[in-house]
Design a protein around this ligand. Sequence first.
Ligand code: ADP
Ligand code: ZN
Ligand code: ZN
Length: 748
Amino acid sequence: MPEVFVRVAVDQPMSALFDYRYTLAAPPVVGMLVQIPFGRREVVGLICEVTHETDVPADKLRAVTSLCDGLSPMSADWIALATFAAEYYQRGLGEVALPGLPQALRDTSRWNRLLAVEPRFRLLPAGRESLPESLPARATALRRLAAVLAAQPSLGLSNARTLHPKAGATLDEWFANGWIELASPDDAPALPATFATTAGALPLPVATDEQRDAVAAISGAQGFASFLLHGVTGSGKTEVYLHALAALLVEKPDAQALVLVPEINLTPQFEAAFRARFSALAKGSIVTMHSGLAEGERARNWLAAHTGAARIVLGTRLAILASMPTLAAIVVDEEHDPAYKQQEGLRYSARDLAIYRAKQLDIPVVLGSATPSLESWWQAERGRYTRLTLTRRAVSEAALPSVRLIDLEEERRHGRASVEGLSGLLIAALKTRLERGEQSLVFLNRRGYAPILSCDACGWVAGCPRCSAYAVLHKLERALRCHYCGWEARIPKSCPDCGNIDIAPMGRGTQRVEETLAAVVPGARVLRIDADSTRRKGRAQALFSDVHAGEVDILVGTQMIAKGHDFRRVTLVGVLNADTALFSHDFRAGERLFAQLTQVSGRAGRAGLPGEVMIQTRYPRHALYQALSRQDYVGFANATLAERRDARLPPFVYQAMLRAEGRTLKAALAFLAEAAAAFAPLPGADRVTVYDAVPLTIVKVFNVHRAQLLLESGSRAALQAALRAWQPALRALRGVLRWNVEVDPLDV
Ligand code: ADP
Ligand code: ZN
Ligand code: ZN
């Protein structure tokens, strides 16, 4: 017998695989998890190769400790996806493959207990009698499956699948015939009793013509196809997803679908819509995946996806790496949302990986948005994505809200009273809504009471001692808080520098607006939703239900209230403080503002009552506001793309960012300078522009100084090749606390 070795990926910041001797009885298979000694610890790794040869000297080789043989192996497709993500985003394979696994799988002591939750089936006497005769003589795989079921007390779904690729549908049928039963009653509630889906069991509301065309295009796709579903707010994009997925799930009884949403807060709304529509599916066949799940639920849902028991996985960006052996379609809702980009560790874009995964599996992918990212819009413009358009709201009486720009300068010139930043026009409109029993929403993207607390006498401003940032005044919490590092202190009673007791808040945050609203719109029930008011688990959900239940007259909040929610009674949206984004030095700020204001405006007038949006601004003639008031995304997108093309900015060039964090700014900049010097001679570097290293806008956070170096190229391949060749040099550099490379950065 030749010796067996396995090459294993481990969660370590390096790309190499590690060789181990394999001496256990159960045969190792690529994609299985193993426990291995690593340094002085035991860790979990993923088998990426099984071989009879190794270059590692025998005395350096260690042996695999144990094999997780109860879990069916990760598929070759999944390993290929993880490998691609690792290479593209400049990380090790293990850093991609392992952190996404549920904690229970990464803890070897829990392997046995965990695997008990896989659905198991047991043959019933009726099946013992009827099953064999029902099978055609030549159906070998089916006969084998039946024989194994008859031979052992119970059979797990993943093992059943290794006997017969369509085992899910087959077991479903046998289950329906009363031939088999679920063998693990204690785990049964979360697991599918049946995977049956029948067209008759899916009552579908009548789609609009536009929705029908979109669904037909998606359902008609053969193999890989990427669709950009551009639908105005309230046009019923969700409905398109539901119809298209229903068609798919009915057609292929084993198929799985992955639906991504940008935010945890949107999963319950989606989950409810999906559960209602796919009521013929057992409870366990629709699962959610996001960071807010309890550990046990997360493991169960992950396993359900991995075994194929879950037909629909609904999740936030991390779900893009879910193991789904029969994945047949992917939906990315609100595809423009920056939340799809992970900002730490593996800095990946779930939207971009969704495209890759669909191409790899030769399946359709749908990107939906009212304001597509300019990257996606450009792909549609040049014909790479098929554009599907919903121009009208789905509910026939509901028109898009009218947008009105309130010129703050003019208000001031005419001496029209405004109170604490709320214009008289907006206040009057809020009062009218209250009288009519309709809801209003006031949006501003700044939480806390006031962004600045300062002393008029000496110019002192409250700052965070650990960051180069102001400390934000939180009146309700009676604290000064740093929004960058979490530092907190009591509000001083007088100026710490000169003793003046007249220190005053400057500017406005959600808390202050909440206070003002309560005063200027007497009798209104005002509710604030932002990161502060929803800190406790489940709190956001409770507050949103209050809004839906009509227990709120005016909802004030940050972008948390802008996204996706289908508020039925909101007829007025007021926007405060939007102007700052107009003059940002980030070239994506305008795109983001347009998307945000479109989203928040889209909350108005969704159920038939006419909606109105009032945007307070000092620059009513700015092109962005003008396009917004015409509801003209297309005009805005094409004009902005033209500017980007002229300025040689993404999506017309590809970017990467090297960021460094040092004890001093000098150390961070020196590191970047050395890194730039090491980059210059690399192959492909001549096709990459390396900019000067610069400090970040907020240069110091938690006493760490941050700087960055931008790289840019007209060729993605050249940039990728150079970045990869750069890695060894970067790893050899010293002098900073941390560094990272981000590919396709969103914040530059
Ligand atoms: P979007 O995601 O495009 O903003 P939604 O999917 O939230 O829009 O749909 C807006 C509203 O229209 C929802 O309340 C939905 O139930 C309703 N709706 C969607 N399609 C239809 C339809 N064909 N007939 C009736 N109502 C619909
Ligand atoms: Zn002072
Ligand atoms: Zn701070």
